[in-house]
Design a protein around this ligand. Structure first.
Ligand SMILES: Cc1cc2nc3c(=O)[nH]c(=O)nc-3n(C[C@H](O)[C@H](O)[C@H](O)COP(=O)(O)OP(=O)(O)OC[C@H]3O[C@@H](n4cnc5c(N)ncnc54)[C@H](O)[C@@H]3O)c2cc1C
Length: 630
């Protein structure tokens, strides 16, 4: 007789970046929640780069924060350096990136989990999902204990049948010397869930004390850093730099002469790796014409001597790794603290999921994170918060909460996964979004906080702060539109300073801000020069400036979004029998049966479903609406 170890509403398998967000969301929405993980010491572990954010990833973190999630707040408490990237480009691709103090990040996240009401932490390895009548009923751990629950969220990352590969050495294991999760994959397969095999890799770590920084180029953080969370007012710390160096011909020669020992080329590695995070051996082979590749030395912690050698991910034998490290300027005498390695792991084919991240074939079973075929802490956390919200809503009998491609990068990410699937670890990029001018990192709150508040996840203080900011933006836009300046000497002098043409008749501040050479700071200077009051509201300046300067593009994209939403709102009934639907191509029948899209809009994004098939669908829907037989 198995021992019943507890009863919960929602049970999360895994305390990585997706598991933490999922657990906090479910508990904050009032569910009795258990988060089970192989090792409590490794909550929110960053097994790869000690960084959060970057293009598209920074947008995700802001969206998670705007919805009431934790990652943004957590990195603002544990950053070593913050930079705003792509400032030379348009606002759609401006992206925050922070170097993280890995240990502090984990400690802060663990503290938040431990202090969260209705949330219980448990160190245990889950081996089996228990299902009754097509619905989740519980899980069994490695010792045979039963945990009853109404919903389960699988967030097992890179651990399912994890296999570590370094040269010709390979063994069962998870990241950073941890145990792999063995057994759960079998249970999922028995439930009819299809799994695939992916691979990812990480670079060696070196001892800071043995690096000659004089031979590298310092990369400091921003003097006045911005923060990820909309609730972070100030979090100034002494920032630590990163350091830039390069591989060279000597490095590449060592790699080329050892490709016969590289598991990537000997066939030892079977899993598919991330195209956008290639190993160094892959870069040397694929970009043979390049004489050098950038290497960033990134600190892993304020009180750690470990440095991450970004750009040198590898699974070459350890002796080769040491040799190649020693050819890189600054690392001639470097001591390798940890070797780079590759890890292969099982993942869930994501087209088996609904847009709510619930499995199509088992009610109450959800999946989020790297186990869905993505790569990246931020991609994982974005899925985690959505799975947590939807598991809670499932338990509470509420409609799923879905974000579409015009709402958020989270919507783009999940829609890509469940509608198109992925043949390699999926990494989010701004280019994947159709409406990226609307999905900026600076307006994530304007897009999502109201939704997060309506579903009960955004706290009252955060909501009130948001309302005050929106009111400030509206007031500032009104002030700019209603303030007309006359051509005074001091004002003209400021315009001249910014290389902007003088004006002869009255002009509004808004019109001035539309000028490309005039930014928000200049408008504040002009206001002062005109002897006008009107307190500068720098914390809304970015948003105000973007709304004014990109008004035309924003209007155009708003029209496109309305057109997109019309197709998204054409919902497809769950009981449609595509196999017998006349007029559809056989490929479309097969694909529509497999994906079972929730809307005509989603159907248009399934590869193999043609515009002709969509017309058939639309006619069928119309006939159904008029009660005519299909
Ligand atoms: C070697 C390596 C290199 C990487 N390189 C990159 C990169 O270059 N770029 C990038 O963006 N991302 C990279 N990543 C990926 C990044 O680490 C992940 O995307 C991210 O950690 C995924 O978060 P997650 O929550 O899905 O899973 P994870 O962070 O992997 O967490 C999974 C959690 O599940 C727990 N768990 C697993 N199975 C069980 C079980 N049966 N029972 C109980 N608990 C269980 C584990 O203990 C862990 O807490 C790399 C990861 C690794 C390991």
């Amino acid at each position: 007789m198995s021992f019943l170890a507890g009863e919960y509403d929602v049970l999360i398998i895994g305390a990585g970046h997706s598991g933490c967000e999922a657990a906090l969301a479910a508990a904050r929405l009032g569910c009795r929640t258990l988060i089970a993980t192989i090792n409590l010491e490794n909550i929110a572990l960053m097994p790869c780069n000690p960084a959060v954010g970057g293009p598209a990833k920074g947008h995700l973190v802001r969206e998670i924060d705007a919805l009431g999630g934790e990652m943004g707040k957590n990195i603002d408490k544990a950053y070593l350096q913050i930079r705003l990237l792509n400032t030379g480009k348009g606002p759609a691709v401006h992206a925050l990136r922070a170097q993280a103090d890995k240990k502090l990040y984990q400690a802060e996240m663990r503290r938040v989990l431990e202090q969260q009401e209705s949330l219980t932490l448990r160190q245990t390895s889950i081996d089996e999902i228990l299902v009754e009548d097509g619905r989740v009923a519980g899980v069994r751990n490695k010792s045979g204990l039963i945990f009853k629950t109404k919903a389960v969220i699988i967030t097992t990352g890179t651990y399912l049948e994890g296999r570590i590969i370094i040269g010709d050495v390979h063994y069962s294991g998870g990241p950073n010397g941890q145990l792999a999760a063995r057994g759960l994959s079998e249970s999922l397969r028995r439930l009819g869930i299809e799994l695939g095999r992916f691979k990812t890799g990480t670079p060696p770590r070196v001892d800071r004390q043995t690096v000659d920084f004089d031979k590298t180029i310092i990369q400091p953080g921003d003097a006045e850093p911005k923060f990820f969370s909309f609730s972070t007012a100030a979090a100034a710390v002494e920032q630590l730099p990163c350091w830039l160096t390069y591989t060279n011909e000597a490095t590449h020669r060592i790699i080329r002469s050892n490709l016969h020992r590289a598991p990537l080329y000997t066939g030892e590695i079977k899993g598919v790796g991330p195209r956008y995070c290639p190993s160094i051996e892959d870069k040397v082979v694929r970009f043979a014409e390049k004489p050098s590749h950038q290497i960033f030395l990134e600190p892993e912690g304020r009180n750690l001597d470990e440095m991450y050698v970004s750009g040198l991910a590898t699974s070459l034998p350890e002796d080769v790794q040491v040799e190649m490290l020693r050819t890189i300027p600054g690392l001639e005498k470097a001591e390798m603290l940890r070797p780079g390695y590759a890890i292969e792991y099982d993942y869930v084919i994501p087209t088996q999921l609904k847009p709510s991240l619930e499995m199509k074939r088992i009610r109450g079973l959800f999946a989020a994170g790297q186990v869905n075929g993505t790569s990246g802490y931020e991609e994982a956390a974005g899925q985690g918060i959505m799975a947590g919200i939807n598991a809670a809503r499932y338990v509470q009998g509420k409609e799923p909460f879905i974000l579409d491609r015009s709402d958020a990068y989270i919507g783009v990410l999940i829609d890509d996964l469940v509608t198109k699937g992925t043949n390699e670890p999926y990494r989010l990029m701004t280019a994947r979004a159709e409406y990226r001018l609307m999905l900026r990192q600076d307006n994530a709150d304007a897009r999502l906080t109201e939704k997060g508040y309506q579903i009960g996840l955004v706290t009252e203080p955060d909501y009130q702060r948001f309302l005050r900011k929106q009111a400030a933006i509206a007031a500032e836009l009104q002030r700019l539109a209603e303030t007309t300046l006359s051509p005074g000497e001091k004002v003209q002098a400021v315009l001249e300073k910014y290389g902007s043409a003088p004006f002869n008749t009255g002009i509004t501040l808004l019109s001035l801000l539309r000028r490309p050479e005039i930014d928000y700071a200049a408008v504040q200077e002009i206001t002062a020069a005109a002897g006008l009051t009107g307190s500068p509201m720098y914390d809304v300046g970015e948003e105000v400036a973007v709304r004014v300067k990109y008004a035309g593009y924003i209007d155009k994209q708003t029209v496109q979004i309305e057109k997109y939403r019309r197709m998204e709102n054409k919902l497809l009934p769950e009981d449609i029998d595509y196999a017998t639907m006349r007029g559809l191509s056989s490929e479309a029948k097969q694909k529509l049966e497999k994906i079972r899209p929730i809307s005509v809009g989603q159907a248009t994004r399934i590869s193999g479903v043609s515009p002709a098939d969509i017309s058939v669908l639309l006619i069928q829907l119309e006939q159904r609406r008029h009660g005519k037989p299909a």
